[in-house]
Design a binder for this molecule. Sequence first.
Ligand SMILES: Cc1ncc(COP(=O)(O)O)c(C=O)c1O
Length: 424
Amino acid sequence: MHTSRRAFLRSATAGAAVPFFTPSILDTLERRLEAYGHPAPQTAATDEAFWSEIRAAYPKYAYINLENGFSSPEPAATFEAFQRHQQEINGGLSFYMRRKKAADDAAVKAQLAQLAGVPVEEIVITRNTTESLGTVTHGIDLAPGDEAVMCNQDYGSMLEQFRQQSRRRGLKCVEIAIPLLPRDDEEMVETYARAFTPRTKLLLVSHMVNITGQILPVRKIADMAHAHGVAVIVDAAHSFAHVNFTLPELDGDYLGASLHKWLCTPLGAGLLHIKKDKIKTVWPLFGDTARAEDDIRKLERIGTHPAWTTMAIGDAIRFHTMIGSARKEARLRYLQQYWTDKVRGIPKVYLNTPTGYRACGIANVGITGMTPAALATALFDKYNIFTVAIDTVAVKGTRVTPHLYTTTAELDAFVKAVGELARA
Ligand SMILES: Cc1ncc(COP(=O)(O)O)c(C=O)c1O
């Protein structure tokens, strides 16, 4: 056999995962951060020099981007690695898919499971939270008259999944209103508990409400639900890699997250976690009878999909770990409190987000007498600040989501704009 061909086959079938990162970009950044001496989260949170290093790793915008709730941009190291994975895989596509992909997928899954704090046998890499939770909602056995509890601040597509089960299988959807600014955890737990009946089978609960940023006491709610024999589906689209937690701390039976949000992967990466003893309760949407019913890989038979996106999850995890989950949470909460503390008290300005540990990077603000759309439009047209208007029955205001690359100077510009618009 030709030597170069032999060498290629040796490397391509080696089984070990390829390196998921670009040493040049990430190693340089890692070395630069070393100079800060691994600061404690609260110390790091206010260290603008530290965050300017991180800012340099993200794309530049022609406007002040305070709408990072839709999705996060990839930092340069992940973006570059993603492109390199595409190039490498495309350079031997079928060979890669047949001989290497399984090992690379397994390596990425192991990294993701470690980050989530759960066994690799309990996770699936999906495209997003919609797919993760849809796999559960549509894959679980439901009988006419079964009830599912959810709230009017849950994400629309998740509510739609339940409504569809209502049409298809006669599921009764019990949609409750939850307080915007709860007095304490018990008020929230009680609000959910009141909706339960002997027919309640499922509970959908958002860890972080997407339109306000409120963090719900999921563990306490899950404990209460389990005491009623109700299975818990956690929507962690916004909390995963944003606040510092591991999945067992929440104790949900099923959990979905979008990795392209706060983990900053390329678009189209998600996580589904199912507790080992619940895996058998979910039918694979696309059919798989080859695996045991308690083998989560039965849910991975989804057909051909972008292998390079899965690979880049590994690079994103390395970037995230380099910063540290606790430092990231501390910085994002600091940025949110930096601006909310300044606008609170301005006449006509109201906040739809609780204070303290009940929120992190996301918050929602409104101005009395101004529609959410008018506020978001004025912020962009007059001040070059991008936010998103939220106008639902439960919440009216504009959602403001800084990111790790946001500066306090940008937040000062936002606070000034809100003050001027409230006075106008
Ligand atoms: C709370 C929540 N759940 C689910 C989703 C859906 O995420 P994806 O579009 O990544 O599936 C979102 C998206 O913003 C969300 O905020």
